[in-house]
Design a protein around this ligand. Structure first.
Ligand SMILES: Cc1ncc(COP(=O)(O)O)c(C=O)c1O
Length: 395
């Protein structure tokens, strides 16, 4: 019996694949800082738990495949604070931003068709493309250039008859880059010229620092029918486990076809949708509190990174991650070393090897991604472990 080529060729998540080493480290009595993963330690909003207690039904039932009306209304009002012009019918609720991306990939690309992405990118795009059978075409961006998008002429060279969409995340995981208006206008021009879809992953929308402004995909004029927005409550409200997100588009044909996928998986969870609607309606201040907190963590963590001249880094403009270029040949081996062989005051850090954030073979081998998910003292300690670990590590 043979398993499918599709599943065999799919990747294990680079964010999660070293957990066995972390478990061993904990068994040996070390405390592990999990800066490999985007799971913030910020307590979820009280409104969520109050709503759970208030939820009063005799049967937990399927709800409409496109999501409950209450949640779609809450999302549309939330989006319209940013002048996105979204109606509840432009929204299909999904199982996190992850399912929204899977739906988007299935909807725009057939087998072997292409979606352009900017490398490094959120690693699970690789898996979603394997599932949908389409191909990600990576365009490199560089840490030394602040992960800026390449100019119009360079991006254009990657477009061919198989290209169906351009996908970007802003604020970006793993780079911390926030694309500016000029960069997004270039993408808008290209999708217009070549009649492509533009998919924006905006799960970190509010987490933009140092006076920068987030330009949203739905604020781009003239290309509304080509825009697909994917979103999630996971990070904004520290509700990663609620598994609630959405896919949004003004393109009626696209949304009516995406509904087939939503109907096939029947329904998203009823109770979480109810509680998330309450959170979205009431917790704007919570989001701002998270933003301030992430900014404090990033500012403090970057000060520690400055102490080590051998690490190349980019100070995140948004979200709460960054890629670090290390003076090692094999960052995965270094990550394992930190867990297996290294400790500082009985503590160590788990980091994500960088190669999984690329689809180009051989890239990212000397990079890691870290997440600013702990409060600032712990965050500084977690980064100091990397710096001290490098001094002991034999390449
Ligand atoms: C850029 C980006 N998109 C999408 C997701 C998916 O998140 P979720 O499925 O929890 O909404 C994540 C999670 O880390 C992410 O970083």
């Amino acid at each position: 019996m043979n398993l499918s080529k599709r599943i065999k060729e799919a990747q294990y998540s680079p964010i999660r694949r070293l957990y066995s080493y972390a478990n061993e480290a904990e068994k040996e009595g070390k405390e592990v800082y999990y800066i490999n993963i985007g799971q913030p330690d910020i307590p979820s909003p009280k409104t969520f738990f109050e709503a759970l207690r208030k939820f009063d039904k005799k049967v937990i039932s399927y709800v409409p495949s496109q999501g409950t009306e209450k949640l779609r209304i809450a999302f549309s009002k939330y989006f319209n604070q940013f002048n996105y012009g979204i109606e509840p019918d432009d929204i299909i609720i999904t199982f996190g931003g992850s399912e929204a991306l899977i739906f988007a990939f299935f909807a725009v690309a057939d087998t072997n068709e292409e979606i352009i992405v900017f490398e490094p990118f959120y690693t699970n795009y690789n898996l979603f493309a394997s599932l949908a059978g389409c191909k990600l075409v990576p365009i490199p961006t560089k840490i030394e250039e602040g992960f800026a998008l390449p100019p119009y002429r360079r991006i254009k060279k990657y477009i061919n008859s198989k290209t169906k969409a351009i996908l970007y995340a802003s604020p970006n995981n793993p780079t911390g880059k926030v694309y500016n208006e000029e960069e997004l206008e270039i993408l808008a021009k290209l999708v217009k010229e070549y009649n492509l879809f533009l998919i924006a992953d905006e799960v970190y929308r509010e987490f933009v620092y140092d006076g920068l402004k987030h330009k949203g995909i739905m604020q781009l004029e003239d290309i509304k029918d080509k825009c697909i927005l994917t979103d999630s409550v996971s990070k904004r409200y520290s509700l990663c486990g609620a598994r609630v997100g959405c896919i949004v588009s003004k393109n009626k044909e696209l949304m009516s076809n995406v509904l087939k996928l939503a109907q096939g998986r029947l329904s998203c969870p009823e109770v979480e949708q109810y509680a998330c609607a309450e959170v979205i309606e009431k917790e704007n201040e919570f989001v701002m509190m998270c933003k301030e907190e992430f900014k404090r963590r990033i500012d403090a963590g970057i000060e520690v990174l400055k102490e080590c001249e051998d690490i190349v880094y980019f100070k995140p403009q948004g979200a709460f991650y960054t890629m670090l270029k290390l003076p090692v040949n094999n960052a995965e081996d270094f990550a394992i070393f930190l867990l297996k062989e290294f400790e500082l005051n009985k503590k160590t850090s788990m980091v994500a090897p960088g190669d999984g954030f690329y689809s180009t073979k051989g890239k990212g081998k000397n990079e890691i991604r870290i997440s600013f998910v702990y409060e600032k003292e712990k965050m500084c300690e977690a980064i100091r472990i990397i710096i001290e670990g490098l001094k002991k590590y034999k390449k």
